[in-house]
Design a protein around this ligand. Structure first.
Ligand code: SAM
Length: 373
């Protein structure tokens, strides 16, 4: 998940360790975590008189967004790999797919031998999912339920919850709360949540060219001062692909989340960071990215959305700094990042960074706020 953000134009768990970099993989063979897998549409039930206004508040009803997610091979093949390679966890179990979309995760679970799968989807894509399930001969195993999980009743509790809920910057769109709600209401004690761990990281990059293009641009537009828009542009984190050569510092783990235990409140936090320069360079932005993992698998599996890993549709989240920082190798930016749900719109994320730097060539102490919206 994580769609419709302003988007630029690849990273290790932690973007540097637990997950193998799948850059060299073909679409049919993706190695994620420690395992290699080999494997890789719809006619319409939607009313044909839908207009763009109908899609504005319900982008998941349109196939385009599902096409983008399905074609994200890092994302989709990791789930497929987790489910097929760990069918001992799925076989004869009752599964709940929270936010089923086209029903792809439900189909993986049905194929892996689930006793029954409840595929819950609130958008009109649920109608397509029903057709897809039927077309593929899984109607007796998968029940598609159209509606919000918060408003539906299931006939039984489930052994496993599978969901792809992650947004840009991990938390944008706030679907995590929906999964936590489903876990508390419908998961049996000792049930499994797929994925069960998520982690957010931060690093610092040189990005003079792009900052000039996206931010400083507004200072002089055909000879006119539009810097009032620059202020807004600075507030909105940019979702884009960061080249790994731009990375100047280490990556710092900000927050780990245990989806099987956490409460919704745990998604709001303040975490410290310390970013140490690995070369002499300018810093124009901090960059956030996340990993997710499935720790109940036979072997640790998961993927990273960091700049050293194979690209995903989540790309990375770039937070531009007001002033560039001149860093020498070994010097450190220290600070804290606070993340919270926006009070007016809980799907939006408010981010605040406090940072300070005292180096040979410059000193900075600042607070900057951003809004993912
Ligand atoms: C990121 S998509 C994932 C779709 C599909 N599981 C996949 O992996 O391709 C999340 C889906 O969850 C649905 N969704 C979001 N909130 C929901 C809720 N409260 N109840 C049911 N479905 C929800 C959205 O409509 C969207 O189709």
């Amino acid at each position: 998940m994580g769609r419709n953000k302003n988007t630029k134009q690849n990273s290790s768990s932690t973007d540097n360790g637990n997950f193998e970099n799948p850059d060299s993989m073909s679409v049919d063979e993706v190695t994620i975590g420690e395992i290699t897998i080999n494997e890789a549409g719809a006619s319409s039930n939607l009313p044909n008189d839908r207009t763009s206004a109908d899609y504005y508040f319900d982008s998941y009803s349109h196939f385009g967004i599902h096409e983008e997610m399905l074609k994200d091979v890092v994302r989709t093949k990791t789930y497929q790999n987790v489910i097929y390679k760990n069918d001992f966890l799925i076989k004869d179990k009752v599964v709940l797919d929270v936010g089923a979309g086209t029903g792809i995760l439900s189909l993986f679970c049905a194929k892996a031998g689930a006793k029954h799968v409840y595929a819950v989807e609130c958008s009109d894509m649920a109608d397509m999912a029903k057709q897809i399930v039927e077309t593929n001969g899984y109607s007796d195993v998968i029940t598609v339920l159209k509606g919000k999980i918060e408003e539906l009743e299931l006939p039984v509790k489930v052994d496993i919850i599978v969901s792809e809920w992650m947004g840009y910057f991990l938390l944008y769109e706030n679907m995590l709360n929906t999964v936590l709600y489903a876990r508390d209401k419908w998961l049996v004690e000792d049930g499994i949540v797929f994925p069960d761990k998520a982690a957010l990281y931060i690093t610092a990059i040189e990005d003079a060219e792009y900052k000039e293009d996206k931010i400083e641009f507004w200072n002089d537009v055909y000879g006119f001062d539009m810097s009032c828009i620059r202020k807004q542009a600075m507030l909105e984190p940019l979702v884009d692909t960061v080249d790994q050569n731009q990375i100047v510092t280490n990556s710092c783990l900000l927050k780990t989340m245990d989806i099987s235990k956490m409460t919704p409140g745990d998604a709001s936090f303040t975490a410290p960071f310390r970013l140490v320069a690995e070369r002499n360079d300018y810093i124009h932005a901090l960059v956030a990215y996340f990993d997710v993992s499935f720790t109940r698998c036979h072997k640790l599996m998961g993927f990273s959305t960091g700049p050293k890993s194979r690209g995903t549709h989540w790309k990375q989240t770039v937070l531009y700094l007001e002033e560039k920082i001149v860093m020498c190798e070994g010097e450190a930016i220290v600070g804290t990042m606070s993340v919270s749900q926006n009070k007016k719109n809980p799907r939006d994320v408010d981010i605040m960074i406090n940072y300070s730097f005292e180096g040979k060539n410059c000193a900075v102490k600042k607070t900057q706020c951003y809004k993912m919206r």
